[in-house]
Design a protein around this ligand. Structure first.
Ligand code: MN
Length: 257
């Protein structure tokens, strides 16, 4: 049997399960909100063109409008000033969009402290148990935050001091960018950086370091709880928006049972 025939047989017989890590896209899908005076991204919107009516008797279709960074989405290197001369989302090599995942579960820490940040020591402890992070793969940060994705308010979890959502420390972001073999960081939150990362030094270190190193971000993922710590294969499909800084994306995981 060829590898692909074996893969199809494994999928149809459920030896390999296909999981959807993508949040449904609706006008209610949470989006990032920046403080004044910064410009805001759009929510996802459908605008009906026709629906089996005099505008088009046999067909239904919509125009869509959305931010590039709305819902489950891909951050390309040129999203950040540190990566401004690097790949746009259409230039990301497609080979990198099929990649292994390491899943680190910090749901307990996050439940106790929504401002929890991942440190290099947490990854080193994970590596002692599960082995090295995968070359060319994703580090997926499982925080339990996907349970809040039905509500913009719960998802952003903001008070007068700004949002309180988990993320990655400055040191850890630098390590992921410069030392770790991964191509990117996947998270369940609205962005790869912690809610409090506006006041880190530097601010938004995952964006600054990872995108500046030509690596990627994946956000608003769901169902990471169903992934094993190692062994899942992630298929990511951002739209090839020419010149774009990112794209809403379907993210699938193949998991061997
Ligand atoms: Mn983004």
């Amino acid at each position: 049997m060829t590898v692909l025939a074996d893969l199809l047989d494994a999928v149809s017989s459920d030896r390999i399960q296909v999981l959807d890590l993508t949040a449904p896209l609706t006008s209610q899908t949470p989006v990032l909100v920046l403080p004044e005076p910064f410009a805001q991204t759009n929510t996802f919107q459908l605008e009906e063109i026709s629906r089996y009516d005099d505008r088009g008797p046999a067909w239904y279709w919509n125009n869509i409008s959305t931010g590039e960074h709305t819902g489950t989405h891909f951050d390309a290197p040129n999203h950040w000033i540190t990566g401004k001369d690097l790949d746009d989302v259409s230039q990301v090599p497609v080979k990198r969009l099929v990649a292994p995942a390491a899943v680190i579960d910090v749901t307990e820490q996050t439940a106790a402290d929504p401002d929890f940040v991942l440190e290099v020591e947490h990854i080193e402890a994970w590596e002692r148990e599960h082995g090295a992070l995968p070359e060319g793969g994703w580090l997926m940060l499982r925080t339990g935050w996907d349970a809040r994705s039905h509500s913009q308010e719960e998802f952003l979890n903001a008070d007068e001091n700004g949002p309180h959502t988990p993320g990655v420390s400055v040191n850890c972001a630098r390590w992921l960018a410069d030392k770790a073999p991964v191509i990117g960081l996947g998270v369940e939150t609205v962005g790869t950086d912690a809610g409090g990362a506006h006041s880190f030094d530097p601010a938004f270190p995952c964006h600054a370091f990872l995108l500046g190193a030509g690596k990627y971000g994946l956000t608003q993922l769901q169902n990471l709880a169903q992934l094993p710590p190692t062994g899942a294969v992630i298929i990511t499909a951002p739209l090839p928006i020419v010149g774009g800084s990112g794209s809403p994306t379907r993210v699938l995981a193949l998991v061997e049972r």
